[in-house]
Design a protein around this ligand. Structure first.
Ligand SMILES: *Cc1c(COP(=O)(O)O)cnc(C)c1O
Length: 429
């Protein structure tokens, strides 16, 4: 069970609303730090364990800086994410570059930053060498274990997934990297997303440790780190439980001892690239009810739409909803909770039991701290919302203003200015 409650007082939300009308996302810095620490502590037996926070989950430098202060690195997969990490003060091997279908300029940028290049394909060994005129000393490659591993709902079956080298290609890949001058090696695997079963991670570790032993023996190389990727799930539903990190960690430790240490191999540093489990439960989308509609079903129409949170429409994902001032009221009405897009799947919840709602009610949509605001888009000309970070001392910091019509029109040629049409494009801040 995971009780769902918004952790801050209504007065704080009202203070934020004065600067940025709903909808907006609110993040809890203390909670984010607590979760980052819990992951580090679960792996405290592994010297040098580090999480490279997946920037795509919450791509805001304020979040990256907060996590940098707690010792996290950054996992980037695009030019923009590299730039954000750099802006947050992350440099060199603080940055893991786990990209795919990568443009040359992104490899160049990552190499200039001294980031760890984690290659997605055998052909990228030559591509990087040609692009940079050399290989960096430290290189990593992403394994796709194929049929050795069952799939998971979001990423799908590994052999259907576009990511990574086959196990056979890994031998050729590391051989080529060594020939081209790489001297230090890491290996990466990520085959799950939002997975809550401890065994899933342990089994993945077993597959990658087994390959590490074979590669080390065959090629005479030593692996200095094993990156188990992200994918640790969170309990979106109140009846679900948190992932048992102690069980994940103990299982991985056992596999490392059995497969590597017992065979005389030096234990590699472990790392992960978790995004969701760090920030997911520490974010809320706040939105007010605009309209209640009663036709074939009851609808609660919000001032937010799937441009602010796409997961329910995209994955059928559950996000818990609480209503300010009605936290303890009986949920004796059933609503589809909708946004305003001209898309019938623009719904935050379908057939959701909730307290009786009225226009003006303030709702907290839970667990939006990862892959929430980040997935936003501008369909129907909807503007992406502001983001607030409540600092550990309780002070709210605006860490992104809301978009304006002028932002939306900025790329039009010839230009269109909202002001000329009498709109107050600065309404939202
Ligand atoms: C998405 C992604 C992550 C983060 O996944 P979470 O589910 O947020 O933990 C880490 N690494 C890579 C390569 C990814 O694509």
């Amino acid at each position: 069970m995971t009780p769902k409650a918004f952790p801050f007082p209504l007065s704080l939300v009202q203070e934020m609303e004065k600067r940025t009308p709903t909808p907006f996302h609110v993040y809890d810095a203390a909670g984010i730090l607590r979760r980052a620490k819990a992951l580090d502590e679960a792996f405290s037996w592994s010297p040098g364990f580090r999480n490279y926070f997946a920037v795509k989950a919450t791509p805001n430098p304020a979040i990256l800086e907060l996590l940098r202060g707690a010792g996290s690195g950054a996992d980037c997969s695009s030019l923009a994410e590299l730039v954000l990490a750099e802006r947050a003060g992350l440099r060199g091997e603080d940055v893991m570059f786990s990209s795919n279908d990568t443009p040359a300029e992104e490899f160049r940028k990552a190499a200039r930053m001294g980031a760890i290049l984690n290659l997605d394909d055998l052909s990228h060994v030559g591509f990087v060498h040609r692009t940079l005129g050399r290989l960096p000393e430290l290189m990593c490659a992403r394994l796709n274990p194929g049929r050795a591993k069952e799939g998971n709902a979001i990423i799908g079956r590994p052999e259907e997934a576009k990511y990574g080298f086959t196990p056979e290609q890994m031998f050729e890949g590391y051989h080529a990297m060594k020939e081209l001058g790489a001297k230090r090696f890491g290996i990466h695997v990520m085959v799950a997303s939002n997975e809550r079963k401890a065994d899933y991670f342990v089994e993945t570790a077993r597959i990658v440790f087994t390959l590490v032993a074979q590669l080390s023996r065959t090629l005479g190389i030593e692996f200095e780190f094993v990156d188990l990727g992200g994918g640790i799930g969170i309990p979106y539903r109140p009846e679900e439980d948190e992932v048992d990190l102690a069980a994940v960690s103990a299982g991985i430790r056992r596999e490392m001892e059995d497969i590597l240490v017992r065979n005389g191999l030096r234990p590699p540093r472990l790392c992960m690239e978790c995004g969701r489990t760090i920030t997911g439960p520490c974010g809320w989308l706040l939105s007010r009810v605009l309209h209640i509609k009663d036709t074939y079903k009851k609808y609660a129409g919000l001032d937010a739409c799937m441009a602010n949170l796409m997961r329910p429409a995209m994955y059928g994902a559950y996000h818990h909803i609480t209503v300010f001032g009605k936290e303890d009221a009986p949920c004796d009405e059933t609503y589809d909770v909708t946004g305003s897009l001209c898309e019938n799947n623009d719904k935050f919840a379908i057939d959701r039991p909730l307290p009786r709602l009225e226009p003006g009610d303030l709702l907290a949509i839970h667990d939006t701290g990862a892959h929430g605001h980040a997935m936003g888009f501008n369909y129907n000309g909807k503007l992406r919302s502001a983001e607030w970070l409540v600092m550990p001392d309780g002070a709210p910091r605006l860490i992104r203003r809301a978009e304006t019509l002028d932002d939306l029109f900025a790329t039009l040629v010839p230009p269109v200015r909202a002001r000329e049409s009498g709109e107050h494009s600065e309404r939202r801040i």
